[in-house]
Design a protein around this ligand. Structure first.
Ligand SMILES: NC(=O)c1ccc[n+]([C@@H]2O[C@H](COP(=O)([O-])OP(=O)(O)OC[C@H]3O[C@@H](n4cnc5c(N)ncnc54)[C@H](O)[C@@H]3O)[C@@H](O)[C@H]2O)c1
Length: 127
């Protein structure tokens, strides 16, 4: 089984769940961190149905991407102590305000500890 792991924040959402399908089909392990604010686990159940052979490579962590403790828990699910190779940070919308640069900055801090690759926020051109 591959150790190559990608963390997808907001992975239970519309774009996130489609992203998970593509990553799983590519043979990667996927950790989803989502607080289910605007989604439900049904989306990830559908993901597992679409890529049944990869269901065991999909891990869900319920939590908030702005909380360091929740990020630690999510990064901790990388296989066998391997590092998370990349983070796909799909920003959510809460109370009409985007979850923006603060959360992305937090993810970048975590990169030094847990992740091998750059963190991109999906909308910014700056990595
Ligand atoms: N859907 C589109 O057509 C579209 C097009 C262009 C850009 N975008 C952008 O892509 C991003 C994702 O869009 P979407 O349509 O998938 O949205 P979505 O609401 O379906 O998904 C966002 C996910 O993030 C989760 N979430 C929200 N706050 C969180 C937090 N603090 N911690 C952890 N998880 C949290 C939600 O529960 C949800 O599952 C947004 O920034 C959106 O503006 C979307």
């Amino acid at each position: 089984m591959t150790d190559r792991t990608v963390l997808v924040t907001g992975g239970a959402g519309y774009i996130g769940s489609h992203t998970c399908v593509v990553l799983l089909e590519a043979g990667l392990r996927v950790i989803v961190l989502d607080n289910l604010d605007n989604s439900s686990l049904v989306a990830l159940e559908r993901v597992a149905e679409l890529v049944p052979a990869a269901a065991e490579r999909l891990v869900f962590v319920e939590g908030d991407l702005r909380e360091p403790h929740d990020l630690d828990r999510a990064f901790g699910h990388a296989a066998g102590g391997a590092r998370v190779e990349a983070v796909v940070a799909l920003r959510g919308v809460e109370g009409g305000r985007r979850i923006g640069r603060g959360a992305v900055a937090l993810l970048r801090q975590q990169r030094g500890r847990h992740a091998a690759a750059a963190v991109r926020d999906g909308t910014s051109r700056r990595a």
